[in-house]
Design a protein around this ligand. Sequence first.
Ligand code: SAH
Length: 563
Amino acid sequence: MIGLISATAAGTAARDRLAAAWPDRTRVYEGPVGDAVRAAFAECEQLVCFLATGAVVRLLAPLLGDKTTDPGVVCVDEGGRFAVSLVGGHGGGANELAVEVGELLDAQPVVTTATDATGVAGLDTLGLPVEGAVAAVSRALLDGEPVVLDAEVSWPLPPLPVAAEGSHVIRVTDRAAQPAEHEVLLRPPSLVVGVGASKGAPVEEVLGLIEDALRNAGLSVQSVAELATVDAKSDEPGIVEAARRLGVPLVTHSAEELAAVEVPHPSAAPLAAVGTPSVAEAAALAGGGELLVPKRKSARADGHASMATCAVVRRPARGRLAVVGLGPGARDLLTPRAKAELRRASVLVGLDQYVDQIRDLLRPGTRILESGLGAEEERARTAVAEARRGQAVALIGSGDAGVYAMASPALAEASDDIDVIGVPGVTAALAAGAILGAPLGHDHVSISLSDLHTPWEVIERRVRAAAEADLVVTFYNPRSRGRDWQLPKALAILAGHREPTTPVGVVRNASRPDESSRLTTLAALDPATVDMMTVVTVGNTATRDIAGRMVTPRGYRWQEAAS
Ligand code: SAH
């Protein structure tokens, strides 16, 4: 919940706008300002104070504890010009909140934490537990001093400006090492602990066994991602409580699934009890990976039979492939989500001209793999291969990356051992439609006239079908120097089913600096004015030129009802 506090009339007006925009996220604190700030600080995860920073600093000072647990606090000035991230920039999310509040109130977000100001990802914002010399290594990164990345375990980290040699080190490890003086340890969630337990096994026994196993193998409990067991044990109190105390989820698998996993130490007892020859080892290995600790049994000093087993596996890193549409060109048509994914990736793969479009957004340390026109398959393969190595990769395309673009060749290559995140973009047909008016108000199709990968007979059959079905048609890749007869041919097919006066919109370089557009007709369109930077949208039999805008009605019945 975000607590809102104001004192003046102007502040209260701004506060009410925020409260109205985010009814479920905010709570208004009335009354004397000091009491309101103290109450909100105790009860909320975040605060927005419509007060001077000085006043807020004085009120907060005695309340501040730890930057990892304190609420994030944003101050908005009396004039509503600035949203200042005051404390809890990272841990409390105040930096992000300042940006959000800024967008809503049309105020400038003010962020002063160094890592955000310079574009370097903060070591405490990587989503992984971190130990050691965080401040010293962060400062070294910011000052451009050489910092070495020593990744014992590959993990899809955001970009970090690292060097081959240097005195500061970021070590990505699941080993139980102590950080050296100028070293930061990042703990990837790479370990899966498989557990089995007989009915009524005490939590101390289960947890003790797990902690012993990790300690003896030199592994960090901070890297445990999950406990895993068989479905039949999903309610076993000792196991459930052990997962809770470790702060990790308990994942369960069916006995059949576990029975199919090959393990080094199968045995008869679990087969009789739950229907699989292995619980701990099989559950740990169910998602693949390397068995670091084979099955161990709990030791009981009192001579009773052991009640618990465990095994530890290092699971393979899952790389991350974001397929990101950049939109048609203009920066404000690039979505915030696309921007975030571009900054999240440590490897960027794309056509050189698209890379140029967003180069300024990339974080220092991003590895850029750019290539020229025509190298699509190779780009797709490279992106997938990098993700399979455990990297965070962004594969970019103009418009929407799934429309006549990189998403399909990439996903045709990809296996299920990587995560794929699709970020939609404004495709050329939509960008052009908005410029022309409302040409896509009824059923429509896109057809690419490029016969590079598709035989012309197939394209022609589709154009014919669209013509017969009276669909609005947007032609992508309409005409290039070497391909000049396809567009006239396609237009002729449509003209067989539509009046010569049917409106046709031609948009070149939509949303780019040299954007141009014109509205003409099927009979009047001169194909020579069309090139590869252009889309051509042909109306259906109901499309009209109304006040210079191309308008396709929602349907004849709709029109009748309206008139
Ligand atoms: N993925 C892209 C399309 C790639 S195919 C998208 O979703 O928009 C390339 C064709 O798209 C070009 O030949 C042109 O027909 C069209 N195109 C892409 N961007 C355009 C723009 N800004 N203005 C007009 N046409 C564009």
